[in-house]
Design a protein around this ligand. Structure first.
Ligand code: SAH
Length: 391
């Protein structure tokens, strides 16, 4: 196995269990590892620090273990078991009203580069590193062995593996074959479209925030902007909203929203959907709504896009503040990892100030417990939300 020696003092981050080694910390590499290979990290004086997957880029190693143990089938099994134990400890893995949960959340489960979502009897697995891609079949077999009732593993990594790595992953079933699956979340039913949909098919991470929205929906006129599968819309409907408008620029997303609404509510006349761009739709809504959800895609995928992202959050929120009905409630989110909680709050603050309205924070939201944040890797906290009361 290749050994990577760090520069003097650069072991400090590793000793604090941070799971990434940046290229700037590396003194020397003995050999020529391929992307995805296991490598040993040693300090400048040669003492063992960690084992991880080698990759090309500014993060050069994603650490798998801070102990000198073999990274074999038994290792992966221990990690998967630990992740599953956590989900059972928080009562997510076996409830009748929810069959969709995140089983493995990358660094949050000490498995950097791997994401696994469970939908009933199917796991949808995403590799974000070549190292995880390499062991995908072993991981799939272990998932079937470890997770009660699991029969299928779908691999979905065409869009998530680093394109520079020059491998051509194919999305498809590694084990089993399920054609259509219904995700059940707090008793609401969704088509989880992992074959065609974004991410692993459905945004599980908004589960608790949607449930909170349901509590505020009664009698309100709701605008669900960036609706994708209609998640927030379904909860608003069940919460007794007077009307619900769902908007997304993607026709496929709107089709999915319509299917999900009719699966749960038939042809309930309270709901209408619109294929439209958010920024132009918000231009002329006047004061039609008193509950607005803004859950845009990650405006900043990388740090260099940060400035534009913050502008984007400010612009979209300013539009909502200027038009929401007095006494209205705004649920506003950012899922960009590169945007901190403070930066997001500041962007929303600027937008509020621009509108001149009186705005108060009712709730500060984040990702749910099945998307845990490794305390040594604060970068893992990516979902930020504010619930605001606008006079
Ligand atoms: N709120 C959703 C997730 C939103 S994902 C949920 O609870 O599941 C972001 C969505 O924004 C995607 O469906 C994407 O198609 C849509 N989108 C991206 N840019 C947009 C734009 N400019 N206007 C409207 N929708 C947009």
């Amino acid at each position: 196995m290749t050994t990577i020696r760090l520069k003097p003092k650069k072991e400090e981050n590793v000793l604090r269990f941070h799971p990434w080694i940046f290229s700037g910390a590396i003194q020397s590499i003995d050999g020529r590892p391929h992307e995805g290979d296991l490598v040993r990290i040693v300090s400048h004086d040669g003492s063992f620090l960690a084992i991880g997957h080698y990759q090309i880029g500014s993060i050069m190693v994603r650490i798998l273990s801070f102990e000198d143990v073999p990274i074999d089938r038994a290792f992966w099994q221990r990690r998967i078991r630990a992740a599953y134990t956590l989900r059972r400890a928080i009562s997510l893995a076996d409830t009748p009203h929810t069959n969709a949960f995140r089983l493995i959340h990358g660094e949050g489960d000490n498995l950097p580069g791997l994401v696994v979502d469970i939908y009933g009897s199917t796991a949808v697995m995403q590799a974000h590193s070549v190292g995880m891609h390499t062991v995908r079949q072993t991981l799939a077999e272990l998932l079937i062995e470890e997770v009660d009732g699991l029969r299928n593993v779908y691999y979905k990594s065409e869009g998530t593996l680093p394109f520079k790595a020059d491998i051509e992953p194919h999305d498809g079933y590694l084990i089993g074959n399920a054609s259509d699956c219904i995700a059940v979340e707090n008793g609401l039913r969704f088509h989880a479209d992992w074959l065609g949909g974004q991410k692993t098919g459905f945004f599980i991470d908004q589960r608790e925030n949607r449930a909170l929205l349901e509590r505020y929906a009664n009698g309100r006129s709701v605008l669900n902007m960036f609706c994708y599968t209609g998640g927030f819309s379904l909860y608003a409907m069940r919460g007794g909203a007077a009307l619900v408008h769902s908007v997304d620029s993607s026709a496929k997303a709107i089709e999915l929203t319509d299917r999900n609404i009719s699966m749960n509510f038939g042809s309930d006349p309270r709901h209408t959907s619109f294929t439209a761009d958010a920024f132009s739709f918000l231009n002329d809504i006047k004061d039609s709504y008193d509950l607005i959800i803004l859950d845009p895609p990650a405006f900043a995928k990388h740090r260099d896009a940060l400035h534009n992202a913050l502008q984007g959050y400010r612009r979209i929120n300013a539009k909502a503040f200027s038009q929401i009905r007095p006494g209205g409630i705004l649920f506003t989110f950012s899922c960009s990892q590169a945007v901190t909680r403070e930066q997001f709050r500041l962007a929303v603050f600027s937008a509020a100030a621009q509108s001149g309205r009186s705005v108060r924070i009712l709730h500060q939201l984040t990702q749910p417990a099945d998307h845990p944040v490794n305390i040594y890797h604060p970068e893992g906290e990516y979902l930020k939300g504010l619930v605001l009361y606008v006079e």
